[in-house]
Design a protein around this ligand. Structure first.
Ligand code: GBH
Length: 444
């Protein structure tokens, strides 16, 4: 038996813009992602999550479903534009939605894990410069403070921001995320710095407004794993991981941008003050990391850095998206290296995959590929816990099929199938698998 530690948190995750729908309901404001979706050609098939999964209306059903599956924790994010549709104008109904969701979860015995920011920025903030200005970082801190106060003691776990590079670099370097800009390299590094800073301001705001809560980031550090486990390759992978994350995650953990990075970036390096670096490295209780894949590495005495990275081989197994290379050891090495490099306890804030799920004749979704993917990753996570690497919990991405950003509704990441025509939820076989693992607190 691959047993998990006592009190291990078995969770499921979604994000507001991907799962809520209700984007034109009850006075919700426009976000930069909604504006982006409205621009022709931005999103595959022109999909737009105005209704989508409609968790905004169906949250009680989703909470009941999680309860049936035995899920102990729900990670969801807040739509800033739903709560503040215009600058400093509170939408009571938007706030009430999140309060009702928290209450419903607690009533069902499911612990709420709130992500303050998962990419959807109010359009009025975007119009004022978005992530190109540090005002946005400060304003996100204020929003976090407001929300933590309105939840009072009910929410005991917070994630600051989700995947800094995705709402900064990928939105400003032509990679197809909102707001869809293509800026010079210095500006891109500057947006990342502002994202790092936003994490810091949110961490400070939450420490002050919710001193009872544990807080940390949900980031996406690039994960490097040894191609095979010799002591030299493990050591090389650890160093490569620190280097690969220099400007995105290492800075948050260490309070400075590593010299090698600053030298390489030259005049394009982000501009920052010592004071800002203190904010960025505000102490937190844990590091959350999203993990889907990893890069292979070996020691290499010929290269100046002492390591060599490998692209995936042409016949390497992939799940249903071009970037979803199956690298099960990435979850083990993610937890191990974050602990060894920076002494942090971790949560796996996202792990999962899309697969080409179809509704079978009997109304079943037989997703053996996803079960195999989850089992392999979870066994590697179990290995980490068995070696006393501190991992507090795991959130499967995702509870249900939802809006996969620029890829629209086509990729299906859920352990529960969403029938978008009827908004019906149908648990896949992987949901039954996950549920059984939870019940036995072991990886089956
Ligand atoms: C996470 O992002 C998000 O937090 C979540 O909202 C999302 O639904 C989930 O994962 C599944 O994607 O240049 O083609 O190699 C994952 C973000 C997506 C970042 C893929 C890197 C590589 C694209 N990752 N991306 S490619």
């Amino acid at each position: 038996m691959y047993v998990m530690p006592e009190n291990f948190v078995w969770g499921a995750a979604t994000a507001a813009f991907q799962a809520e729908g209700g984007l034109d309901c009850d006075g919700a404001g426009e976000s930069n992602w909604l504006r982006f979706c409205r621009q022709p050609g931005r999103i595959k098939n022109g999909d737009i999550p105005t209704t989508g999964c409609d968790q905004y209306h169906l949250f009680r059903e989703d909470v009941a479903l999680m309860k049936r599956l035995g899920i102990g924790a729900y990670r969801f994010s807040l739509s800033w534009a739903r709560v503040f549709p215009r600058e400093n104008v509170l939408n009571e109904k938007g706030l009430a939605y999140y309060q009702s969701l928290v209450d419903a979860l607690l009533e069902a015995g499911i612990e709420p894990y709130v992500t303050i920011f998962h990419w959807d920025l109010p359009q009025y903030i975007e119009d004022q410069g978005g992530w190109r200005t540090k005002d946005t970082s400060r304003k996100l801190g204020d929003f976090a403070s407001f929300m933590a106060k309105s939840f009072g003691g009910k929410v005991r776990h917070y994630f600051t921001v989700n995947e800094i590079t995705m709402f900064t670099a990928a939105g400003h370097n032509g990679s197809g995320m909102a707001p869809g800009l293509k800026l010079p390299r210095q500006d891109i590094y500057q947006t990342i710095h502002h994202g790092n800073l936003a994490h810091g301001y949110v961490a400070q705001a939450l420490h002050a407004a919710a001193p009872h809560a544990e807080i940390g980031i949900a980031n996406n550090p690039g994960i490097v794993v040894p191609l095979f486990e010799t002591a030299e390759n493990i050591d090389a992978a650890r160093r490569a991981a620190r280097f690969a994350n220099a400007w995105r995650h290492t800075a948050i953990e260490e309070g400075s941008y590593p010299d090698e990075f600053l030298e390489k970036a030259g005049s394009d390096a982000p501009r920052f003050t010592d004071e800002e670096m203190k904010v960025i490295s505000t102490p937190t209780d844990f590091t959350g990391f999203n993990v889907y894949t990893g890069n292979y590495c070996t020691a290499d005495s010929e290269s100046p850095q002492g390591f060599k990275l490998f692209p995936g081989a042409a016949d390497h197994p992939y799940m249903d998206l071009s970037w979803l290379r199956v690298v099960p050891t990435s979850i083990y090495y993610g937890a191990k290296f974050i602990h060894e490099l920076w002494g942090k306890t971790t949560y796996v804030t996202e792990n999962g995959c899309s697969s080409a799920d179809t509704l079978g004749d009997g109304g079943e979704i037989y997703d053996s590929g996803r079960i195999e993917y989850l089992r392999n990753y979870l066994r590697n996570l179990q290995r980490a816990t068995a070696e006393n690497i501190p991992v507090k919990g795991y959130f499967v991405w995702s509870l249900l099929d939802n809006f996969e950003w620029a890829q629209g509704f086509a990729p299906r990441f859920g352990i529960v199938y969403t029938d978008y025509a009827t908004r019906k939820r149908i648990p896949k076989w992987s949901a039954r698998y996950y549920s059984e693992c939870i019940r036995s607190n072991a990886v089956l």
